[in-house]
Design a protein around this ligand. Structure first.
Ligand SMILES: *Cc1c(COP(=O)(O)O)cnc(C)c1O
Length: 367
């Protein structure tokens, strides 16, 4: 895939107060998710007259935000989620970063924000990881990368802003779900929907997450790990989780996943798993799947497994589904063999312990 070339020169300014190595090692003993951050950040500014400018990798430090910054009022904000991995042979790699760069610009377009040339997006990520390379954990852990952009114009009128800040921060992470490979329990939301046709469901914007949190809280109150959303019109078709796509494994070795047609976030993990499933001789159908079928197929045994997927949690088996008035199990309620096999196929490529036949791995130089 061709990537738009980089246009910017980055000023690299390492912090004068790096985290002492002993403190980093201590923090690495017990990695959670999204609580520990590296020493640096990449920042690029945009202005309607100047375009993209002032690209830097610098000490991670708070922004000065004016109370009238438009992001605080109208939520022009988008983000990406990706990871840097340390391979067994000591290299540092990214997974399909050009896909994140491209999706970032699709989100920017939907939210009336400026697009960043893909090469500059990737360069910002690369330069940050190169400077913070000692923060890439080994083994099953990884360095979660969070590119994001927000409107920084000081203005309360409602129109697209004239000033934006693009930034990348990095967070060493362990497993997303504390239970490890234990299957997750899912709550079917009857009260809330996530996205409607013509809305922002396919954009990775903070607002989608804000609107999912009440449903997520409902799920937690029901003892569930995650919420699954049905479509906004008929309340019938399974769409996705708050931050993960969903797959169903049928007894004839067919994989079913809802189509990404405007209301579902086009996950890169989803896209990669579709290709890996086909490599493994499975049939993949991107088609609407109803909640009624889900229940009926789980009861009849036609549905063998279900799983959720995304960069943060990778692949998580769905064991139990709860809804108002009951619950049902999928298969024996454990993570199934197809789910486990697909997860390994993906993780092995990401960690370079299997051949990268699709050209997905992006090796970082000098790390
Ligand atoms: C980020 C995200 C996903 C997963 O995308 P990946 O590229 O696989 O990480 C799925 N659904 C939503 C709503 C998301 O925001």
């Amino acid at each position: 895939m061709s990537v738009q070339t980089a246009t910017l020169d980055f000023e690299i300014m390492p912090t004068s107060t790096p985290t002492p190595e002993a403190d980093r090692l201590k923090a690495f003993e017990n990695l959670g998710f999204g609580t520990l951050f590296t020493d640096h950040m990449a920042v690029i500014k945009w202005n309607v007259d100047k375009g993209w400018h002032s690209a830097q990798v610098t000490a991670r430090t708070p922004f000065q935000i004016d109370p009238a910054s438009s992001v605080l009022h109208y939520a022009q904000e988008i983000f990406e989620g990706m990871k840097a991995y340390r391979t067994a042979d000591g290299r540092a790699v990214l997974f399909r970063p050009e896909e994140n760069a491209r999706r970032f610009n699709e989100s920017a377009h939907r939210m009336a924000m400026p697009e960043l040339p893909e090469g500059d997006f990737i360069a910002a990520v690369e330069k940050l990881v190169q400077l913070d390379a000692r923060w890439i954990p080994e083994g099953d852990s990884s360095l979660y990368l969070r590119p994001f952009m927000f409107a920084s114009e000081v203005f309360l009128g409602v129109r697209k802003a004239t000033d934006f800040i693009f930034c990348v921060i990095a967070s060493p992470v362990g497993p997303y779900f504390k239970g490890g490979m234990k299957p997750v329990t899912i709550w079917v939301s009857q009260n809330y929907t996530r996205a409607a046709v013509g809305g922002t469901g396919a954009a990775k914007c903070g607002g989608n997450y804000a609107s999912s949190l009440a449903a997520q809280a409902e799920a937690a109150a029901q003892g569930c790990d995650q919420v699954v959303f049905l479509d906004a019109v008929e309340h019938r078709w399974v769409e996705e989780l708050g931050g993960m796509n969903v797959f169903f494994v049928m007894d004839d070795n067919t994989l079913v996943t809802p189509p990404v047609a405007g209301t579902i976030l086009p996950g890169i993990t989803r896209k990669s798993l579709i290709e890996l499933a086909r490599d493994n001789g499975l049939t993949v159908e991107e088609r609407p799947y109803s909640y009624d079928d889900w229940k009926a197929d789980a009861a009849s045994g036609k549905l063998k497994e279900a799983f959720a997927c995304g960069t943060a949690a990778v692949v998580a088996g769905i064991g139990t589904v709860k809804h108002q008035g009951g619950e049902f199990k999928i298969g024996d309620g454990q993570t199934g063999p197809v789910t486990t096999k697909l997860r390994s196929a993906l993780v092995d490529i990401q960690r370079c312990s299997a051949p990268d036949t699709h050209g997905w791995v992006h090796v970082l130089r000098g790390v």
